[in-house]
Design a protein around this ligand. Structure first.
Ligand code: GLA
Length: 610
């Protein structure tokens, strides 16, 4: 590292802001107002006011020659401070759900008050338009099989609730189970017994979507699990019943683990873990569980990291689940919300939004974090670098392979970390301007690398604008598309080979993928190996094995080469290389062996032949 060539800065701790040091914007703001200020002590070069209407450029931190360029940049960030397109089916769903705060104890009053609060406190305007009823609204079935609605909680039935939500310009969501009994019924909620979809798909979907006109459907699996139903078959049947109603319904699979790549063919989002709690350890577990699932998401199809616990702060938690919700610190709340944003998860609030903490409200309506979540490319960020429990994640912003990228530095560790972000890991080159999404400010520029200090359990979220985009050369196996991967733990799939990843010392990114091959389905594919110039490229696979193995590398399902990995006395890392002609653009590179298990795969590097 050439320290001299590097512009080093340490990001100031979140508590230090310009407020109080110098006066930022007490004057009434007009739309798209850019003002130049002189403030030697202000840490920012440019800052957008909290209402998103005014930007301040700090002349003591920029060259006079760059005034015009900075003004354009400020205008760009003022533009970006606008609201996201609401209920865009191609980007993650945004809304609220009753479960985290109320459990099964919901009512027409609570739901309607919540919808009204969202319509007036800025949440709806920020894009949170779905109001979802979770478990607790039913009371078994009538003798003829029709669903009975809980008379104390919804004395007028559900139609009035849905109509009120719609009249507010919002959307309404409903819940059921793939089996006979809903999850709450296992915890003593009698009304959920027999209320699940099993044996009632068509009639319940008709009721929910044609008669009551709900717009969202979460389908849980407690009953399905108990009845040992096969996930893929059951959730596919339900998707057919929803389609048969002719309504455009967002269908969410709730199987508490990544269910498999098939979920994207039948649903719009699928849970990747068990239930979230307002507890840092649970939030951290969910993030860890979902870090390498980016390749299964695509526009309109998303990994669901579960409902949000933002607003559930230590000492102030209002939840249905007592001590299992100890609450989050401010920094944990930021990491949690920001990571849901960059990992392109649905954003479904779970706190009591009728009287939401002002700082939490500001966080979840932060227009830049929301733009990162709702970016039209709808990409989930992938892990670009890792040091222990500190991760650097990145995804393109606005344009594929462009010069702007959303970046997160997530510190899951219990100690403060100093992390050197290398521009090469982000495939960015030249000078890079860093906009801090939480501070709403330009914090500086760097070239090559920059060292950032990040507090325990805290995170930084940026938009990086670079002067050039570099070709990606390294593709991790843990970030690839594993056609047969799921996290269901082998239930109902006896004899199937399921790939798995695990930590191995010396592995690139710290992880290898094992259990690939053995049949024609169980392959690994890097779906987006992109080259900007046509030509001959060397594809080097880093594998780990002791036995000799032979397998195929395919490019775009057409060209193939066979590679041979030699045997060794003990399992060790080995490089095997093949060359292919690649056209300009994106390519799919797959690894197959229809008969034998492949060696453990670490990563692929793609470099032009010289
Ligand atoms: C399961 C789900 C939760 C919630 C409850 C309702 O635990 O994972 O999100 O829907 O059921 O009973």
């Amino acid at each position: 590292m050439n320290v001299n060539s590097v512009f080093k800065f340490l990001v100031l701790s979140a508590s230090i802001t310009c407020a109080g040091v110098c006066a930022y914007g007490a004057a009434p703001a007009r739309v798209y107002d850019v003002e130049f200020i002189e403030c030697a002590k202000c840490p920012y070069r440019m800052r957008v006011s909290d209402d998103g209407k005014k930007a301040y450029i700090n002349l003591s931190r920029i060259d006079a020659a760059r005034k015009d360029a900075m003004k354009k940049r400020a205008e760009r960030f003022l533009d970006l401070a606008g609201s996201v397109k609401s209920a865009n089916p191609m980007t993650p769903l945004m809304g609220w759900s009753s479960w985290n705060t109320f459990g099964a104890e919901i009512s027409e009053g609570v739901i309607v008050e919540t919808a009204r609060a969202m319509a007036t406190n800025g949440l709806k305007e920020a894009g949170y338009v779905y109001v979802n009823l979770d478990d607790g609204f039913f009371d078994g079935r009538y003798p003829d099989g029709r669903l009975r609605i809980h008379a104390r909680r919804f004395p007028e039935g559900l139609k009035g609730t849905v109509d009120t939500i719609h009249a507010l310009g919002m959307k309404a969501g409903i819940y059921s189970d793939a089996g006979t009994n809903t999850c709450a019924s296992f915890g003593g909620e009698k009304g959920g017994k027999g209320a699940g979809l099993w044996g009632h798909d068509a009639e319940d979907c008709k009721l929910f979507f044609n008669e009551l006109e709900f717009d969202f459907f979460k389908v849980d699996y407690c009953g399905g699990y108990q009845q040992k139903l096969v996930e893929r078959d059951r959730f596919t049947e339900i998707s057919k019943a929803i389609k048969a109603t002719g309504r455009d319904v967002h269908y969410n699979i709730c199987r508490w683990a990544f269910p498999g790549a098939w979920a994207a063919d039948v649903s719009h989002s699928w849970r990747t873990s068990g239930d979230i709690r307002a507890d840092w350890e649970v939030v951290k577990f969910i993030v860890t569980n979902s870090l390498y699932l980016a390749s299964y998401a695509k526009p309109g199809r998303f990994n669901d990291l579960d409902m949000l616990e933002a607003g559930m702060l230590k000492g102030k938690v209002k939840s249905a689940f007592g001590k299992t919700d100890p609450g989050l610190t401010r920094e944990e709340e930021l990491s949690h919300f920001g990571m849901w944003c960059i990992m392109t998860s649905p954003l479904v609030l779970g706190c009591d939004v009728r009287n939401m903490d002002a700082e939490s409200l500001k966080l979840v309506t932060n227009p830049y974090l929301l733009k990162m979540n709702q970016d039209p490319l709808a990409l989930q960020a992938y892990v670009a670098a890792r040091e222990g429990e500190t991760y650097l994640l990145v995804k393109d912003a606005f344009e594929r392979y462009g010069k702007s990228r959303w970046v997160a530095l997530y510190n899951a560790d219990d100690i403060e970390k100093e992390f050197t972000i290398k521009a090469r890991d982000l495939d960015l080159g030249g000078r890079i301007a860093a906009f801090d999404l939480v501070e709403r400010a330009d914090i500086g520029e760097f070239e090559g690398e920059v060292t950032v200090r990040v507090r325990p359990h805290s995170s930084k979220f940026y938009l990086f604008d670079a002067s050039s985009r570099l070709e990606r050369t390294r593709y991790e196996a843990e970030g690839s598309f594993l056609a047969e991967y799921d996290n269901l733990g082998g239930r109902c799939q006896v004899g199937r080979i399921v790939p798995k990843w695990y930590d191995v010392e010396g592995a690139s990114g710290g992880i290898v993928v094992a259990n690939l091959g053995g049949n024609d389905k169980n392959h690994l594919t890097w779906k987006d190996v992109h080259v900007s110039r046509p030509g001959r490229y060397v594809l080097t696979l880093r594998v780990r094995s002791d036995k000799e193995s032979v397998f195929n590398i395919h490019v775009d399902k057409s060209k193939a080469e066979t590679v041979v990995v030699p045997a060794s006395a003990k399992p060790e890392f080995k490089d095997v290389a093949v060359a292919f002609d690649l056209t300009k653009g994106s390519h799919e590179i797959s690894i197959y062996n229809f008969k034998a298990i492949l060696p453990e795969i670490d990563c692929l590097t793609v470099t032009p032949c010289r």
